[in-house]
Structure formats: structure tokens, C-alpha cells
Design a protein around this ligand. Structure first.
Ligand SMILES: Cc1ncc(C[n+]2csc(CCOP(=O)(O)OP(=O)(O)O)c2C)c(N)n1
Ligand code: SF4
Ligand SMILES: [Mg+2]
Length: 351
């Protein structure tokens, strides 16, 4: 693998955010992905979102599996914590890290092969347990890194670059996330940064399991006619359910849209998601309506994008387990191991 570090020189007049960093401080190494790969646009959107939210890079932990998508954490947030796990195992490693230190912001970056094929079980359990994380799948319908085999998200009937037709039913990670209990569920497109950046910001502000499936064309192996994950196909079939703006807790909420076209959904941390509805009857807080809306549009060959579902009052795994407010990695040995008397007490309470 090649690692190309970016020069550290900054122009002195670059704009800094509220924590004193330029946008360049959120970048990583120079990408070694194919020119035009959708994954690079997603990295740029993550950089934009974190810079605009004034997040201190050392407060972020990026975890990934294996694949071109899973390589991308090397290309953004170079000053953050990072861990490249085994193929499909990002969710369990992230869950462990999150339980040990609840104070970091966890970004899980994965691919469709990583999460819908080998890692499907891991994906499912992170969602159903409500791990407080931003789970991003960079979905190109193929195993890009191993040269373009169909992944489990490839649509039935779609064609490979060599013309082979996929006969298997696809796994729809958005539908699964909705069914499994994820509390923030969205679909984006790497070619639509105006939609993707606020979706990522909203997921960062969310206090539970936030999942974004991002269609991200693989220009080397899945960008031809007959593919349903190509730039042309997604642009032609994109059905955006809403446009969201993310307003952080510190900003004043003002409205400039006509009533009925806009709703504000306030999350636990005080941040607000402002929906500009493109479909007047769409309710982003109804999990089951989101599922049937998506299924109905998918049957017509449309790719529904936008924030499909949010539970603004979501809680996470720490609440469910009633863990200590002080992160476990900050507790001393006496607190972590209170001795045999405390253990006897716990055991007798269970008899
Ligand atoms: C345990 C294991 N099995 C298989 C592989 C081979 N392998 C590497 S990447 C990959 C698929 C990557 O696909 P995806 O997650 O969709 O990422 P992309 O490259 O498309 O972004 C596979 C099967 C591996 N590295 N480890
Ligand atoms: S092979 Fe596909 S997924 Fe991998 S870097 Fe190239 S375009 Fe991107
Ligand atoms: Mg892939």
C-alpha cells in the first residue's frame, strides 16, 4: 500500500473554524483510490462536516474493515484516532472501543462487501444494540478492492462489466437498519455533496445508532450501462425524499420557508434537523411508513435518498447497560475491580 503524506504548508490566510482549525487540518494522506471513485467524494464530505461542526480531530475515532472504502479513513481526519480492523469486523471492534471510552465520536466506515456480505451479522448487532456511532457504508455494489465481483447489495438483474447478470436478490441495508432498530437512517449519493454533508452532520449530532448508506460508484468495475450503482443510473433515478439542513445547538433557529414545507426536528443534544419536504406527506419520524415508502419507490426503479427516519430522542447502548458516566478507561483499578465482597453481593442478588 502506498502512503503519500500531504505537505503541511498552510496558506496563512486560510479560514479557521471556532476551534482554530483550517479545513486542511481535517484532511488525511493523499488518496490512492482510482480518479473519480465515489469514495473520495465521501471523504471530502466527512472533512467538510467535521470542519463546519468545529469538531476537535482528537475527539474522533475512525474505524473500518477491509476494502477500498475501508482504506478511506487514511485520507481524512489525519489527526484523529484510527483502527483498520479485519474484513467485516469493524462494528464489534467499534462497540468495544465505544464501551471503553464513551467520550469520543465514533465514525465506522465500511463497504457493501464489508457490511452486507462478510460483516452482515456484525452490522445487524451494532444497529439493534444502538451503538452510538455514525455508520457509513460506501455502497458500490461490488468488491472494488478485489476487482469487481458482485457484492450482496448488487440489484437482481444488474450487469457486471463483462455482461454477467446478477441472479441473486439484493440485501438492502437501509431496510435492514430500519427493521433492526437504528434510530437515524438515511441514504445519500457520493455525487450529491449538498445533500450528503447535512446528512453526515445530522448523524454526528444523533445520540444513537446512525446509519447512512451512500451510493458510491466504482469507476473501475461498476460504472457501465446495466449497473444500478453507476453515476448515470443514480442521477437518473434519484428520488430525494427531503432536503435537510443541520443546525447545531449553538446556532439560532430562523426559518425562511413557508409553513407546511418545513419541519424542525430537535435532537437530544439541542441540534435541529430542518426538513424541506419534497413530498408533503412524508413523515421522517415514522419508521414503518419510511419502510413502505421506500419499498413502493424501489419497485418503480427509483433510488430513494435523504433522511428516511429519525428518532430524535434516541438513547444508546450505554443507557441500556447503565454504564458509568465516567468512561471505563478513566476509572482506576479499584473502581474497575471492586473485590470479592462486591462480587459476592452481585452474585447473591442474582440467586
Ligand atoms: C476475511 C477476508 N475475506 C476476504 C478478503 C478479501 N477481500 C478484501 S476486500 C473485499 C471486499 C471489499 O468490498 P467492499 O467492502 O464492498 O469494499 P470496496 O472495495 O468495494 O469499497 C474482499 C472480499 C479479506 N481481505 N479478508
Ligand atoms: S476499484 Fe472501484 S472502489 Fe476501488 S478505488 Fe477504484 S473506483 Fe474506487
Ligand atoms: Mg463495494
Amino acid at each position: 500500500m502506498t502512503y503519500l503524506a500531504k505537505p503541511r504548508l498552510h496558506h496563512p490566510s486560510l479560514t479557521v473554524n471556532k476551534v482554530g482549525y483550517t479545513r486542511r487540518d481535517y484532511e488525511g494522506k493523499i488518496s490512492t483510490l482510482c480518479a473519480g471513485c465515489g469514495h473520495d467524494s465521501i471523504s471530502a464530505s466527512i472533512i467538510q462536516a467535521c470542519w463546519e461542526l468545529d469538531i476537535e480531530p482528537h475527539r474522533v475515532a475512525k474505524l473500518s474493515g477491509i476494502g477500498c472504502s475501508s482504506k478511506t479513513p487514511d485520507y481524512f481526519l489525519g489527526a484523529s484516532h484510527g483502527f483498520n480492523t479485519v474484513h467485516g469486523r469493524m462494528p464489534s471492534v467499534l462497540t468495544g472501543a465505544n464501551l471503553a471510552n464513551r467520550e469520543l465520536l465514533y465514525l465506522g466506515v465500511s463497504g457493501d462487501g464489508d457490511s452486507a456480505s462478510i460483516g452482515l451479522g456484525q452490522f445487524a448487532h451494532a444497529m439493534r444494540r444502538g451503538v452510538n456511532m455514525v455508520y457509513l457504508v460506501e455502497n458500490n455494489g461490488v468488491y472494488g478492492l478485489t476487482k469487481g465481483q458482485f457484492s450482496a447489495t448488487a440489484d437482481q438483474g444488474s450487469k457486471s462489466k463483462k455482461g454477467v447478470v446478477n441472479s441473486d436478490s439484493p440485501v438492502d441495508l437501509v431496510a435492514l437498519a430500519l427493521q433492526l432498530g437504528a434510530t437515524y437512517v438515511a441514504r445519500g449519493f457520493s455525487g450529491d455533496k449538498a445533500q450528503l454533508v447535512p446528512l453526515i452532520k445530522g448523524a454526528i449530532g444523533h445520540g444513537g445508532a446512525a446509519f447512512i448508506d451512500i451510493i458510491s460508484p466504482c469507476v473501475a468495475f461498476n460504472n457501465h450501462a446495466g449497473s444500478t450503482k453507476s453515476y448515470d443510473y443514480v442521477r437518473e433515478h434519484n428520488e430525494a425524499v427531503s432536503r435537510i439542513d443541520f443546525i447545531s445547538a449553538r446556532e439560532e433557529i430562523t426559518t425562511s420557508y413557508a409553513p407546511g414545507e418545513v419541519i424542525d426536528v430537535v435532537q437530544h443534544d439541542g441540534s435541529s434537523l430542518r426538513f424541506r419536504k419534497l413530498h408533503a406527506d412524508y413523515d421522517p419520524t415514522d419508521r414503518y411508513a419510511a419502510l413502505s415508502y421506500m419499498n413502493a419507490h424501489q419497485a418503480r426503479g427509483e433510488v430513494v435518498t435523504g433522511l428516511l427516519y429519525v428518532d430524535p430522542l434516541a438513547t444508546d447502548l450505554h443507557v441500556a447497560l447503565n454504564t458509568s458516566a465516567t468512561p471505563l478507561n478513566k476509572l482506576d483499578a479499584a473502581a474497575l475491580c471492586p473485590g470479592s465482597r462486591a462480587l459476592d453481593k452481585v452474585n447473591s442478588s442474582l440467586r
